[in-house]
Design a protein around this ligand. Structure first.
Ligand SMILES: Cc1cc2nc3c(=O)[nH]c(=O)nc-3n(C[C@H](O)[C@H](O)[C@H](O)COP(=O)(O)OP(=O)(O)OC[C@H]3O[C@@H](n4cnc5c(N)ncnc54)[C@H](O)[C@@H]3O)c2cc1C
Length: 385
C-alpha cells in the first residue's frame, strides 16, 4: 500500500460511489485503491464501456473497440462494481444525499461514505437531421463506418463535407477526415466552418497559423466568422457573422463539434468538495469537466485537468476520512496541450503557453501523455504531478 502524506487512516474500507466512469472517475478510483486497496467502490455510468475520448477521432484509422474499455473488464481488474445508470446531481438532491449518506437508484439503495461526481460536461444540443453527425455518434460507430455509410458510393461526382467548429475537437476530426478521404481516394471537398476569425482561438496564435497553413496545403476550405444555421437535405445553411447575410452551400454530410456547455457546472472548494449555497458538502466531491474548483488550479475542460482533479479528490476523500482531516488544495496547472493534425502531424504547447511545438516533437508528446493514461487503466500510476 502506497504512503499518502497527511493521511492517518481511521477506516480500512470506505464505501465510495463514483458517478461517471470517464477520465476523472477512473483516475479517482485507481488513486483510492492505491492508498486503500480494500475500498468498496461503485461506479455509476449509463454507458457499458469507459470511452478513451481523446482517441475518438482516430477511429477513422483504428477500430472503435480500441478506444473502448468495458466496465466489466475494469470490474475484474480493480474489483469495483459498475451500475449502468445515470445520477442527476441537482442542488436539492446533493444536500439530501449529504444528509442521508445514501442515494436511491431505480430500485436500489446505495449507501456511501463519500460520493464523487465526475459525470463530464454536457455537449451543446443541436437539431439533428439525417446527414448531420455529432460527437455522440462516434461512440456508437467508428469514424470510418460513419463516413462510408453516409456518403454515396455510386457517384463519381465531388461530394462536399463540412466540419463545423474549429476548436481542438473539430480540428482533430477535420484532419483525420481529410486523411481518410485521401487514403480511400474519395472524390470530395472538405471545408471548415467556424464562428471565430481563426481556428483554435483558445490557444496562442502560433497554433492557428500552423494549422491554417496545413489546412491550405491539404486543400481544405476555411470559412471564418461564419455561423452554422442548419442543414436542409444536401445543403448547409450558414450566416456571415458581421453582415448577417445568409447563404447555403452544398454539403452531403456535416459534422458538428460545437463544444461543451459551460453551464450547470458543480462549484467546488479548493479541496474538491461540492459547494451548495457557498457551503461545502463534507462527503460529496466533484472532479473533471463537470466541476469548477474555486482555487488557483486549472479548470480547463481537458483530460489532463480531469485526471489531476480526480486524483486530488481521491486523496482528499481519504484524508477527510482519516484522523487528521488535513486536505490538499488543487493547484495543478496545465503542463501543455497538443492537438493532432492527422496521423503524422500535431501542434501544441509545452511548459509555457507561448512555447509552441509542432510536427514530430508535438506528436511524440501526445503519444507519451496518452500512453501514461493507458498505463493508469492497467493499474500502473506513473503520474508524478
Ligand atoms: C475528440 C476529443 C479529443 C480530445 N483530446 C484531448 C487531449 O488530447 N488532451 C486533453 O487533455 N483533453 C482532450 N479532450 C478533452 C477530454 O476528453 C475531456 O476533458 C475529458 O474526457 C474529461 O474527463 P471527465 O472524466 O470529466 O469526463 P468524461 O471523460 O466525458 O467522462 C464522463 C463520464 O460520465 C458519464 N456520465 C455522464 N452523465 C452521467 C450521469 N448523469 N450519471 C453518471 N455518469 C454519467 C459518461 O458516460 C462518461 O463515462 C478531448 C476531447 C475530445 C472529444
Amino acid at each position: 500500500m502506497a504512503f499518502l502524506p497527511f493521511y492517518v487512516p481511521k477506516n480500512k474500507q470506505l464505501k465510495i460511489v463514483i458517478a461517471g466512469g470517464g477520465y476523472a472517475g477512473i483516475s479517482a478510483m485507481t488513486s483510492l485503491l492505491r492508498y486503500m486497496p480494500e475500498a468498496d467502490i461503485t461506479i455509476i455510468d449509463p454507458r457499458s464501456q469507459h470511452v478513451k475520448i481523446t482517441h475518438l477521432h482516430e477511429t477513422f484509422r483504428f477500430p472503435l473497440e480500441d478506444v473502448l474499455v468495458p466496465f466489466s473488464a475494469l470490474e475484474r481488474r480493480f474489483g469495483c462494481r459498475h451500475i449502468c445508470a445515470e445520477l442527476i446531481p441537482q442542488e436539492i438532491a446533493l444536500q439530501q444525499w449529504q444528509n442521508d449518506k445514501f442515494i436511491t437508484l431505480e430500485d436500489q439503495i446505495l449507501e456511501f461514505d463519500y460520493l464523487l461526481i465526475a459525470s463530464g460536461a454536457a455537449a451543446t444540443q443541436v437539431e439533428r437531421t439525417e446527414n448531420v453527425l455529432v460527437l455522440q455518434d462516434f461512440m456508437a460507430s467508428s469514424g470510418a463506418n460513419l463516413l462510408t455509410s453516409h456518403l454515396s458510393t455510386d457517384t463519381v461526382d465531388e461530394q462536399s463535407i463540412s466540419v463545423i467548429g474549429g476548436g481542438a475537437t473539430g480540428i482533430q476530426f477535420l484532419f483525420e477526415i481529410a486523411h481518410f478521404l485521401h487514403r480511400r481516394k474519395i472524390n470530395s471537398r472538405l471545408r471548415l466552418i467556424d464562428s471565430g476569425e481563426r481556428v483554435l482561438k483558445q490557444f496562442p496564435v502560433g497554433f492557428s497559423r500552423y494549422t491554417e497553413a496545413r489546412m491550405s496545403d491539404q486543400g481544405i476550405d476555411f470559412h471564418p466568422d461564419t455561423l452554422y444555421r442548419g442543414q436542409e437535405g444536401g445543403k448547409i445553411l450558414l450566416e456571415e457573422k458581421e453582415s448577417g447575410r445568409q447563404f447555403a452551400l452544398p454539403s452531403a454530410l456535416s459534422f458538428l463539434f460545437l463544444g461543451k456547455k459551460p453551464d450547470n457546472l458543480l462549484a467546488a472548494n479548493a479541496f474538491g468538495q461540492v459547494l451548495v449555497d457557498h457551503e461545502p458538502l463534507q462527503n460529496i466531491f466533484a472532479a473533471g469537466d463537470c466541476s469548477s474548483y474555486h482555487s488557483y488550479g486549472s479548470n480547463t475542460m481537458s483530460a489532463q485537468s480531469a485526471v489531476r482533479k480526480g486524483k486530488l479528490a481521491a486523496r482528499n476523500i481519504l484524508r477527510h476520512s482519516g484522523m487528521l482531516k488535513l486536505l490538499e488544495p488543487y493547484l495543478h496547472h496545465d503542463l501543455g496541450y497538443v492537438v493532432s493534425l492527422g496521423p503524422t502531424d500535431a501542434v501544441g504547447w509545452l511548459a509555457l503557453e507561448g512555447n509552441v511545438v509542432s510536427g514530430i516533437p508535438a506528436l511524440v508528446i501526445k503519444e507519451v501523455v496518452e500512453a501514461q493514461y493507458d498505463l493508469l487503466l492497467t493499474g500502473i500510476d506513473t503520474y508524478l504531478i
